[in-house]
Design a protein around this ligand. Structure first.
Ligand code: KG4
Ligand code: ZN
Length: 349
């Protein structure tokens, strides 16, 4: 008996084709029943944008156009599946760069219309969140996150703290008042002359540095669940200028390590406080910044809460997460029409 729209009939497989083009990755994937990855294709534009030190929106959309047909084809081939065997197409509708979103959206509409397949517009942040429900092949003991849960979504454009009572039901607790966590990593990397993308570069430098070399501020923002990283960024800038005025090499590794510790501390402290206050059973951490090893360690080095963090390969942008969120949306009855437009500033709640 199926007593919830989220209890899947065991005899019936639902296969979703995911398409993600919100920023600088052209990604496609086929996922079965919201858990099993049949294919996962990511064409990254990192090399193209590295020369600009960040994502150049106009260039990003043109790069998506160049490869979108090939990556859709590859996802189907890798999954050994025909388009006619796909139950729905889930495409990122927002938030993201308008010109980039349009490329994925138009591709999805064309496929949906041509093959008469249901179309679903997915919130990119919901995708990140649902990456915690994907069952990785190499992890034998997989446990689904339990509700109610507190979720921290930390990416290049967003830092969100959410309370999730059940599937697809969110309450926003807090967000960043200025820079997103990933944006702070990217900006501080630029200050330290480290290559784009900043997160992995800072992490690499931080591995060689002393996290306690400098004491950078952690904005407490008492009484709210919001974050703020602009004060921290300014403190790093001030220290870099001061050290620069003395001449000699900048202690990049120590600065990176001290900065990373301050970000991790701010994120982890607020998330645990929220989980306790709202009596969460579990915690989910997702988004590009959740690939950070220091952040992962800080979350998992405790016994109070079970913390679900996607495997490294599913932290940064991919289409598996869009197909997985698409599965839950599909089961809830969502179907979108061909008039659906992209929604570049779409909030998750
Ligand atoms: O989720 P994502 O791939 O794209 C957006 O939705 O924005 O996140 C990208 C962000 C970038 O700011 C990048 O610097 C950061 O995630 N990031 C990291 C790490 N890997 C990626 N930040 C810290 N440590 C990492 N290892
Ligand atoms: Zn993302």
């Amino acid at each position: 008996m199926i007593d919830s729209p989220f209890e899947k009939a065991s005899s019936q497989s639902v296969r979703i084709l995911g398409i993600e083009t919100s920023c600088d990755e052209t990604a496609t994937a086929v996922v079965e029943n919201g858990q099993k990855i049949l294919s996962n294709v990511v064409a990254s534009q990192i090399d193209v944008h590295a020369q600009y030190g960040g994502v150049f929106p106009e260039v990003a959309s043109r790069e998506h156009v160049k490869v979108i047909y090939a990556v859709v084809d590859q996802a189907l081939k890798q999954a050994h599946i025909e388009l006619s065997e796909i139950d729905a197409i889930a495409v990122t509708r927002g938030p993201g760069l308008a010109g980039s979103l349009v490329v994925g959206m138009n591709m999805a509409k064309g496929l949906a219309l041509g093959a008469n397949i249901p179309l679903l517009g997915i919130n990119h942040l919901e995708g990140h969140l649902y990456s915690a429900w994907i069952k990785p092949d190499d992890i034998e003991k997989y446990e689904e996150p339990l509700f109610p849960l507190v979720a921290l979504i930390v990416s290049g454009g967003h830092s969100l703290l959410m309370l999730m009572e059940s599937h697809l039901k969110y309450q926003r607790l807090g967000s960043t008042l200025d820079d997103a966590a990933g944006e702070a990593f990217d900006k501080v990397a630029r200050l330290l002359n480290l290559p784009y993308p900043g997160g992995p570069s800072i992490q690499k430098a931080a591995d060689l540095g002393n996290p306690y070399a400098y004491t950078f501020p952690r904005a407490r923002l008492e009484g709210t669940w919001n974050f703020s990283f602009s004060g921290l960024k300014t403190a790093v800038l001030r220290t870099v200028k001061e050290l620069g005025s003395h001449g000699g090499d900048l202690p990049v590794n120590n600065l990176a390590a001290s900065f990373q510790t301050a970000v991790v501390d701010a994120l982890v402290t607020k998330t645990f406080e929220a989980a306790e206050q709202f009596h969460a059973r579990d915690i989910v951490v997702a988004g590009g910044v959740s690939a950070n090893r220091a952040l992962r360690k800080a979350f998992t080095d405790q016994k109070r809460f079970v913390v679900h963090i996607p495997p490294f390969s599913l932290c940064t942008d991919n289409a598996v997460m869009i197909a997985t969120a698409g599965y839950y949306r599909y089961q809830s009855g969502q179907r979108d029409g061909l008039e659906m437009d992209v929604y570049p500033n779409w909030p998750l709640s």
